[in-house]
Ligand binder design. Structure first.
Ligand code: SAH
Length: 497
């Protein structure tokens, strides 16, 4: 089974740049052993004008059966013979997608250490897969690839036997995609859509498949008209997982739709209270308190989880003690506002090497977040439904496990002091809850206990003798030097592949 990816170029912009993007030298043929056989990468042509890379997967059918993966749809074992005589070795399928994901991992992630500017540039691409199993036929291939920015999508049915046209077509098509796309986008589409078209996933679908799907689908899946079919098939009709993925896509869409409101309402409330007695807005005091806690902890590499529109990231950047700052948010819209605020595109190299914005949901573990000194959750927890909070707790305190975690949240007792806020109302309509000081302390103490952290509480804003401060802050510090992150050997983004 194989696929080719080709591009064209000029002497100034040679097509052989493809080799940098794929992290595979055009002058060599390379072989990689994968769990299902050997993957070869070679370049049938490599000139400045035209360069084509081929990924060829030599599947070991016996190994497949031994691994219990020669099974048919639904996981039922096929008849004995069919286990050995099936199309797995020949057709492009989910196995090819898996090989693509591992052999071209950096390219899929849009990373190119040698030429960092390359992954961002759309290239004239031509992808060909001579034998693509497509349940749903050419028509479905068009529905899936059609909305993804290709100038042309060709899906020719492959006849069952060319000598006997009356037998009709096989379930294979020859797929050719042509258009100007970024290589990473093209590869991520293939990574998801090959198994979707194959619809006979060869391995047991594990919960982390949802993460893989959402990561590979970042930027194109949520808005795809066929996202339901794609999600359901990719997850092999495991409805629990599918529902989970659908929920998360929905969350992405919602966040995209209303991301910009967060700041306005939050600040409007602050101003209502701050104008007379307090020259410094509460949001600013919060940032100062967080920065002070981070400095005191000696943190250098910091995560701002639920960074919103990037105000704290901006403040962190001004202090050179912070060497690496990563803003994470579920909302693309908030992130794009943050990118503008930070002028990411016009930043000098030294500054831009210190900062990154990532899209991701905090309700799921994320390997990219492991190994940092500190994480901040500023006014974020109250945006999650209470039943989802334990998932965030695990993702942050259990999985990412930074040495220090700073959490701020409104103190609901203080709301009676806000004249503009009707009694019993939360401060922002997206707040799912607001806690009293006691509720926050109970929650924090539970986390400290379960995950092995010590916790200290810091009032932010004027600490009213009766109702307490408007913002409550907890600073968690790990009790043990060990981090579960140490067992994670995945290279962090930005490191060489
Ligand atoms: N930290 C910023 C923004 C707080 S608003 C500040 O202090 O001003 C809450 C932010 O959390 C929003 O940007 C929202 O998009 C983000 N958010 C909500 N749920 C999230 C989730 N599950 N994963 C990641 N971010 C989330």
């Amino acid at each position: 089974m194989f696929l080719t990816v080709g591009t064209t170029g000029t002497p100034e912009k040679p097509a052989t740049d493809l080799g940098f993007l794929l992290h595979k030298h055009p002058g060599r043929s390379q072989a990689f052993s994968t769990s299902h056989g050997t993957a070869h990468v070679l370049y049938p042509e490599a000139t400045a004008e035209r360069c084509t890379a081929a990924l060829l997967l030599e599947v070991d059918p016996v190994a497949l059966v031994r691994r219990g993966q020669g099974k048919g749809r639904g996981g039922a074992p096929d008849a004995a013979l069919a286990q050995y005589v099936n199309d797995r070795p020949y057709a492009a399928s989910s196995l090819l997608a898996v090989a693509l994901g591992s052999v071209f991992r950096s390219a899929l992630q849009g990373r190119c250490t040698a030429r960092p500017e390359l992954p961002e540039q759309p290239l004239p691409l031509r992808v060909e897969i001579p034998a693509l199993p497509a349940r749903g036929g050419a028509e479905l291939v068009h529905r899936l690839f059609g909305p993804l920015g290709w100038a042309s999508v060709t899906a020719e049915p492959v006849p069952l036997d060319e000598h006997f046209p009356e037998w009709g077509d096989s379930r294979y098509v020859r797929l050719v995609l042509e258009g100007e796309l970024r290589l990473a986008d093209a590869l991520r589409q293939l990574y998801v859509l090959l198994p979707v078209l194959d619809d006979a996933k060869h391995y047991w679908v594990a919960p982390d498949e949802v993460d893989k799907l959402l990561r590979a689908g970042d930027g194109w899946l949520a808005g795809h008209p066929e996202h339901r079919l794609i999600t359901a098939r990719y997850l092999s009709r495991r409805w629990g997982l599918t529902r989970d993925a659908m929920e998360r896509l929905e969350l992405v869409r919602l966040a995209e739709a209303d991301g910009s409101e967060v700041e306005d309402i939050d600040n409007a409330v602050d101003e209502g209270q701050d104008t007379e007695e307090r020259p410094v807005p509460l949001a600013e005091r919060r940032r100062e308190a967080i920065l002070a806690a981070l400095r005191e902890a000696g943190a250098r590499r910091v995560l701002d989880l639920g960074c919103g529109q990037g105000q704290l990231v901006q403040a962190l950047l001004k202090d050179l003690a912070f060497t690496e700052i990563v803003g994470v948010d579920v909302s693309m819209k908030a992130l794009s506002v943050a990118a503008k605020r930070l002028r990411l595109d016009r930043m000098g190299e030294r500054q831009s090497s210190r900062v990154r914005l990532l899209q991701g949901s905090l309700a799921y573990t994320d390997k990219r977040l492991a190994g940092y000194d500190a994480a901040v959750l500023s006014e974020v927890i109250e945006h999650l439904d209470l039943p989802r909070l334990p998932a965030l707790e695990y993702a942050v305190f259990g999985s990412a496990r930074p040495r220090t975690v700073v959490v701020t949240t409104p103190n609901v007792e203080c709301n009676v002091r806000w004249e503009s806020l009707p009694a019993g109302h939360v401060r922002h309509r997206d707040h799912r809850f607001e806690w009293t000081r006691e509720e926050f302390r109970t929650w924090s103490a539970g986390i400290a206990e379960r995950y092995g952290y010590a916790v200290a509480y810091v009032p932010v804003g004027e600490d009213d003798p009766e109702v307490g401060p408007p913002t409550q802050m907890a600073v968690f510090t790990t009790l043990t030097a060990d981090t579960t992150a140490a067992t994670d050997t995945t290279p962090k983004e930005g490191e060489a592949a």
